[in-house]
Design a protein around this ligand. Structure first.
Ligand SMILES: *Cc1c(COP(=O)(O)O)cnc(C)c1O
Length: 369
């Protein structure tokens, strides 16, 4: 759509919104099947869990169908208590969101006004720019180091106008992570009145001994907000539920702007049931590790460079041909994620699927090369 900025209604929009480009999601499977007339597309584009959720979720959610005429529990009482046991964090330090993106949005609505600065890294998750600009914030993008976040550059980027710093650990779409010692040094060097958002959407997948658990720093750093989600390892992307953990005071502020019924009853019940099956998470992590290894080996054999990833996706460099490869894969019913809007036009991001899906992808890529 061509926005004619000088006339109504574009001219009336707040300036941050005038400059916004909407988030471009992975193509839904149905859309691809409809457009290409193929019945069984394979979606490796949105970092969803190929195993889906534990069956406990579906069983629990069937029971909540009888109560859809009623508003959900606005305080998420039962879920917060379960999460409290799971994470060893008091319920008063939790903010539930309609996906963790909702929590990111609450953060900028509370802390960022027109002219305030928000810092994030080059190649960071695009939603940070979106939620910052929507409230009139100025974005300051620090250069990446080896595709990952350079935390010292981010700390050095702080000015008197900086209100929020977003860190994705691991980052999407690069799969890179920052170590515990990097995070410690960073937190120690950021002024205590600058809010640090540590987005741990892929926390459950990471298996590195030097990968930090952000929750361990919450009590020491009252400016820290750790954000996690049920969309990835828990397999509940369609339910829309995530959460933020922070001090009671920050939690109080976030709660002031939160829509009262931002998390549906189905999502609350589904997430509660998901927490009851830690083995499903272990299985998902195991599958991810195996198939990640297979895909990396195949890339090595094909001479395709990739960015080493600790998450459930791999970002592969196809050079000038990336767009062509993406379209050809699509024609074969394999949906992967182009990264033009991350200014990574030579890369494609591939979600780690089940064994047969990774086979299908490897075979298709071999033919194309
Ligand atoms: C997928 C993802 C999220 C999760 O978004 P939801 O709104 O919880 O589905 C958050 N941050 C990053 C970096 C992600 O990749």
């Amino acid at each position: 759509m061509k926005a004619s900025r000088s006339s109504f209604p574009y001219a009336s929009a707040v300036s941050g919104v005038q400059d916004l480009t909407p988030y471009s999601p992975g193509k839904p499977i149905e859309e691809v099947e409809r457009e290409l007339g193929i019945p069984n597309a394979t979606k490796l584009a949105s970092n969803e869990n190929p195993l889906g959720p534990t069956p406990l979720v579906l069983a629990a959610m069937r029971e909540c169908l009888d109560s859809i005429a009623l508003y959900p529990d606005a305080s998420c009482f039962r879920l917060k208590n379960a999460l409290s046991n799971h994470l060893n964090v008091p319920p008063g330090q939790m903010t539930l969101g309609n996906g963790s993106n909702d929590v990111l949005d609450l953060v900028t609505r509370v802390f960022v006004g027109p002219g305030d600065e928000v810092i994030f890294s080059q190649y960071a998750f695009l939603v940070y720019a979106l939620v910052a600009k929507a409230v009139g914030g100025e974005t300051r993008v620090t250069p990446a180091a080896d595709w990952g976040h350079d935390l010292m550059a981010m700390a050095d980027g702080v000015t008197e106008r900086t209100k929020v710093i977003f860190i994705a650990n691991p980052n999407n779409p690069t799969g890179t992570y920052n170590t515990e010692s990097e995070l410690k040094t960073f937190l120690a060097s950021v002024p205590s009145e600058v809010i640090v958002v540590l987005d741990e959407a892929y926390f459950e997948y990471v298996r590195k001994p030097d990968y930090p658990d952000g929750l361990e720093f919450i009590n020491e750093h009252s400016n820290l907000i750790v954000v996690r989600t049920f969309s990835k390892a828990y397999g509940l992307a369609g339910l829309r539920i995530g959460y933020g953990i922070a001090s009671e005071q920050i939690t109080d502020l976030l709660n002031r702007v939160r829509q009262p019924f931002n998390v549906s009853q189905a999502a609350q019940i589904g997430a509660l049931a998901a927490l009851e099956d830690p083995e499903h998470i272990a299985r998902s992590r195991e599958l991810n590790q195996q198939q990640m290894r297979r895909l990396c080996t195949a890339c090595d054999e094909l001479g395709l460079p990739y960015i080493p990833s600790v998450a459930n996706f791999l970002t592969i460099e196809f050079g000038q041909d990336a767009a062509k490869i993406q379209r050809s894969l699509l024609e074969q019913g394999i949906i992967v994620r182009p990264l033009d809007n991350y200014e990574m036009p030579h890369h494609l991001r591939v979600t780690i699927g089940r064994s047969h899906e990774i086979d299908q992808l490897i075979d298709a890529v071999k033919v194309l090369l």
